[in-house]
Design a protein around this ligand. Structure first.
Ligand SMILES: N[C@@H](CCC(=O)N[C@@H](CS)C(=O)NCC(=O)O)C(=O)O
Length: 220
């Protein structure tokens, strides 16, 4: 059994990267194990067939990125916390994660099949996703600080989540001709995403995405 945390999934998954950024920010030792979404339960995989999941050093498997992030927070020891100090600010950080996931990423996920895997776009599908994403971005704008990070002056789990999801959402919106939507709804977003990309944890993740894409194109 490995004595390290083992993160299962692929560098091309936004939810995997949300957790990976947290592990890197905390400076945790971990191994990456390649896994794709598949319904292999109970022999392997996750109960939902989704990635990521995290194997703990004592052999337990944890599923759902929000639960995994809570586990990392609770077991961090001296590693930095990815949540603000004050309980109200901590709750607000989790609130922002919810806005990002429920009201922006989830509706736009409906476009991923067409944007990333060659599926056919159905009538009205793009318009529905665009309308909902616009609403979600409005919710985020109402509560996020962007000064300079979503919760204020300290990088938090909300920022790790924002980078993972917003960059994926941006690519899907671009595919349906709505590439300007995010910057129009939230003019601070392009500079914020650039600042995130310069952070060592996120630069590491970006590099791993490039390597994975290169590995996949070398295969075909
Ligand atoms: N709520 C899950 C969402 C994870 C998720 O949707 N992962 C995607 C990859 S980014 C996946 O496995 N999709 C395959 C599927 O939905 O069957 C979490 O927070 O971990």
């Amino acid at each position: 059994m490995s004595s390290l945390l083992r993160l299962h999934g692929t560098p091309l998954s936004n939810y995997y990267n949300k957790v990976k950024i947290a592990l890197l920010e905390q400076g945790r030792a971990f191994e990456e194990v390649h896994a794709l979404p598949a319904d292999l339960w109970p022999q392997a995989g996750s109960p939902t067939g989704k990635i990521p999941w995290l194997q703990t050093p004592d052999g337990h498997c944890l599923h759902e990125s929000a639960a995994i992030i809570e586990y990392l927070e609770e077991t961090r020891g001296d590693a930095p916390s990815l949540f603000p100090v004050h309980p109200v600010d901590r709750a607000r950080c989790r609130e922002l994660v919810q806005y990002l996931e429920l009201y922006i990423e989830l509706p736009v996920r409906d476009l991923y099949g067409a944007a990333f895997w060659g599926a056919t776009l159905e009538t009205g599908q793009a318009d529905r996703a665009i309308q909902q994403a616009e609403k979600g971005l409005k919710f985020l704008a109402r509560r996020a600080s962007f000064d300079p990070w979503l919760c204020g002056d300290t990088f938090s789990q909300a920022d790790a989540t924002a980078w993972a999801h917003l960059t994926t959402v941006q690519r899907a919106l671009h595919f349906v001709g709505a590439g300007d939507l995010m910057a129009t709804a939230l003019p601070t977003l392009p500079a914020y995403l650039e600042k995130l990309a310069a952070r060592p944890s996120i630069a590491h993740v970006i590099n791993d995405i490039r390597l994975e894409l290169r590995r996949q194109s070398g295969k075909s």
